[in-house]
Design a protein around this ligand. Sequence first.
Ligand code: KG4
Ligand code: ZN
Length: 343
Amino acid sequence: MQKKTIHILSIESSCDDTGASVLENNRVLSNIIASQKIHAAYGGVVPELASRAHQQNIVPVVDQALKKAGINKNQLDAIAFTQGPGLMGSLLVGTSFAKSLSLALDIPLIPVNHMQAHVLAHFIKEDNQQEPPFPFLCMTISGGHTQILKVTNHNEFEILGQTIDDAVGEAFDKTAKLLGLPYPGGPLVDKHAREGNPAAFTFSQPKTANPLDFSFSGLKTSILYFLQKEQKKDPNFIKENLNDICASVQRTIVTILMKRLKKAAEATGIKHVAIAGGVSANSEIRASLKNMETELGWTTYIPKFEYTTDNAAMIGIVGYYKYLKKDFGKENTTASSRLKINE
Ligand code: KG4
Ligand code: ZN
């Protein structure tokens, strides 16, 4: 018979955040994150530095997660870890750690797909938070991905549309870089946008062969040319118009995202719509999605702020569902930097 209470330790190390979390069934007991500040000086994540920082952080972060949860490692039932996608050097640190610990404790090892985890973050049990019913649409927007998914099950994800070049998080971060803001710039663009006029400047919208696909590389180029032209006329242009530029770029990005999402809802007839991934922390995206409840009769699902950007609790919830199905890794399980959402 299945044990009633399952404790899973989960590890996230796909990019530049080292995370560890303990879940008791689908509830989070602890969720610890060490973010690597070192990359800000380089304007982006430096893979070599990221893997070294994971090496430094992983033991103390896991230790803290267990302590905060009040759980002894001998009480753990399984170890879940991010198998991919992500930076290979970073993934290998979490993978090796998780494999060693599962061997030492003689408990199952559960490889988790990072992108599935962003989506399943909606199933972390929280008071006053409703789970989306199947099937639902999920727009997964992060620093590495931009996809619209039809989710029919805890482990079935159909890609309806996706970016053909840059991810939306990159569009935010690259815009921020052009404006002289530090990495990661997404949250700063969001902050300045709140004080600016979104109609101050207009940027062109991309066209894609599949109307549900995204493209952000053209936007980045048009922002670059726009800034170069304006700075020729007035060298202080960015400083004097920072809030308006951020608000206008953000409005363009949100319009691109919401247009596709509306088309996907129309095409599938699905009105339960969620967002997930780091960029779903964006205040305008959250507000625009919520508006669709009155405008189009959708029921919308927005993850709790701490489960939007990379974290280990989301890895733990996938681990929990895989544990219930006894879907475990093997001794030769390894990291996979280009893992697809439906693999
Ligand atoms: O999911 P995530 O933490 O890491 C990846 O798996 O990529 O997403 C990170 C991305 C970064 O590009 C960051 O700038 C963006 O999410 N981001 C935001 C906001 N908060 C984080 N972008 C726009 N507005 C925000 N408030
Ligand atoms: Zn992520």
